[in-house]
Design a protein around this ligand. Structure first.
Ligand code: FEO
Length: 582
């Protein structure tokens, strides 16, 4: 690949100190425009963003000029000024829209104002979405797998269809001239830095994996199909992603990670099919949150967009699924005729061994969850979580509820496995392991409006300078989502002789979204998490790293503050007989 070694130009942080733009050449006639969002703390709703994010856009100047993706609307002024400083928008011939989520397409309307002559190049589904998004006529070129577009000067663009990665409308674009593959969300990560490339993979690994888990993991089969299509391309010299650093130094590692993780997902023995209609209400966000909750239990998820599947695929998924989740589609509107048929097919394919959960999508006119629920119950399927209704809390709290509902469904499907695992341990070893004793603690955490808490015992000091602790948290615990690298929480130490009421309260099985702190006296720590007023001591913690074991995350955190309320008090100790449970 021809690259020009020019130092990246970083625009000074002017009016908005946390938004900057970086432009750099990445290949012949090719410029990256990276919108750097340094401290965005929450992306969509999916996951914490301790390292900010970037929205990457690319300009290819052959004889024809193509722009690949735009930016988030928060960069409107910065991005449009920057672009107009590079060229007159009237020179842009094509705008390739890799997919239509607003973080990349938020400025398509603005750009069409400046460059009404340009042709929007996108998948058929993306063009349909864009019509609703930009509310103005535009020239379009619908592309499908294998289509090519010659920009001149050797820049022949070839399009790869990648539905469900992670939106239904996604395409990838390969430039035969520079051998750069433009992938938008795929292979991305939420990571903001002036390093435009992946020179330092150890800094990126955790964010790359979290991003895969949240956005790509639920579509593992689609990831494998897209990888197969990529294999048919000539050599790929670099992957230009839509978020985070561009990839060229460790290309085969990044691609191999996607393959390995997706193969692992695809071979999981049980699967839950999650049906929803993209672009309708909050269906997509809720489906993803539920999927993430299910995956925490090691159960595979297949996200099925009713916009993309046909009756045959619905029947096939239902025949394979041990569980089913349905986001209510609309009763009226342009999609209703299709989705009603698919919903009927889906219900007719359900059977009595399946567990199910339903959620309202919160569009204009959802089908009734109750009619759907009656049908499934009559078949004998087991309702594992109560219908998620949109009159329930909004924002982060609603997504937390959805994730916890997903985890409940996953745990219901793995209930036999957990019992078998307990029985499988050698009895002598089990008793010996049980002689390892720990204290009793309550972990409490807050993220925005969402809070969580968990009784913990596998806690140990792990470093002295800086002071740090490790906590082993089962992968399927709700609080696991609050313990990502960079997150903060409080470790409350329970007191010998006084711990029973708190222990009993936090040992209860809470329904999804339930307030763990109802009836419990708390006050906020400096990091925002609740301190239990009746605890012997508390420590304010920040997660630094996580080690994955077969069934737990070992979370290492450094300590930022702490206090003992009763200097004479002793820590409650948890003595066990066996090691196969807490
Ligand atoms: Fe980065 Fe799916 O948008």
């Amino acid at each position: 690949m021809a690259t020009t070694a020019v130092a990246p130009q970083v625009a000074p942080r002017l009016a908005q100190p946390h938004l900057t733009l970086q432009t750099l050449p990445i290949g012949a006639d090719t410029l990256a425009i990276r919108s750097q969002d340094w401290d965005r703390d929450r992306f969509d709703i999916e996951f914490a963003l301790e390292n900010g994010t970037t929205y990457n856009s690319f300009l290819i100047r052959g004889e024809k000029v193509a722009l690949i993706d735009t930016s988030h609307e928060k960069f409107r002024q910065l991005y449009l000024d920057c672009l107009q400083g590079i060229l007159d928008p009237a020179q842009i011939d094509y705008l390739v829209v890799s997919h239509t989520e607003p973080d990349h397409s938020g400025l398509v309307g603005d750009l069409l104002e400046l460059a009404p002559q340009m042709t929007v190049v996108a998948s058929k589904v993306a063009v349909q979405f864009l019509e609703d998004l930009v509310h103005r006529p535009f020239q379009r070129l619908v592309v499908k797998q294998g289509d090519r577009l010659d920009l001149g000067k050797g820049h022949v663009l070839e399009f790869i269809s990648a539905p469900n990665l992670h939106w239904p409308d996604t395409i990838l674009t390969y430039d035969h001239g520079t051998q750069i593959l433009y992938t938008c969300d795929v292979f991305g990560m939420h990571y903001c830095d002036d390093f435009a490339w992946d020179e330092h993979p150890h800094l990126l690994q955790a964010d790359f994996k979290l991003y895969y888990d949240c956005l790509m993991g639920p579509n593992a089969r689609s990831v494998l199909s897209a990888l197969k299509r990529m294999e048919a391309l000539p050599p790929i010299a670099a992957i230009a992603t839509g978020h985070g650093p561009l990839l060229r130094h460790h290309l085969s590692d990044w691609v191999e990670h996607y393959r390995t993780w997706s193969l692992e997902q695809a071979k999981a023995e049980r699967m839950v099919a999650v049906f929803y209609l993209s672009g309708y209400g909050k269906a997509e966000a809720l489906a993803q949150a539920i999927a993430r909750g299910i995956q925490k239990t090691g159960i595979q998820v297949e996200l099925a967009d009713l916009r993309l599947v046909d009756a045959h695929e619905v029947r096939e998924l239902m025949s394979l699924a041990a569980g089913v989740v349905i986001g209510m589609p609309p009763q009226s509107g342009p999609e209703a005729a299709t989705t009603q048929v698919l919903l009927k097919t889906l219900l007719a394919s359900a059977h009595s061994k399946q567990g199910f959960g339903l959620f309202e999508s919160g569009g204009e006119d959802d089908e009734s969850v109750y009619l759907c629920r009656n049908t499934l119950q009559e078949i004998g399927a087991k309702e594992v979580f109560a219908p998620i209704l949109l009159k329930q809390p909004a924002g982060e709290a609603l997504l937390q509820l959805a994730e916890e509902a997903g985890t409940d469904l996953g745990q219901w499907l793995t209930r036999d496995r957990s019992i078998q695992q307990m029985k499988a341990l050698d009895a002598d070893l089990d008793r010996a392991l049980g002689r390892i004793s720990n204290g009793l603690y309550i972990i409490t955490a807050r993220k925005g409006q969402a809070t969580s808490a968990m009784l913990a015992s596998w806690v140990a000091q792990a470093s002295a300078d800086p002071p740090g602790i490790s906590i082993a948290v089962a992968k399927d615990r709700a609080i696991e989502s609050f313990l990502q690298v960079g997150d903060t929480f409080v470790l409350n130490v329970l007191q010998e002789g006084h711990y029973q009421p708190l222990m009993r309260h936090f040992l209860k099985r809470f329904p999804p979204g339930a307030d763990r702190f109802a009836g419990i006296k708390t006050y906020p720590a400096a990091n925002g998490s609740p301190i239990l007023a009746d605890a012997l001591a508390y420590l304010e913690c920040r997660v630094v790293s996580r080690l994955e074991t077969s069934d737990h995350w070992v979370v290492y955190s450094t300590l930022e503050a702490g206090r003992v309320s009763s200097p004479e008090g002793l820590t409650a100790i948890h003595h066990r007989k066996v090691g196969n449970h807490y």
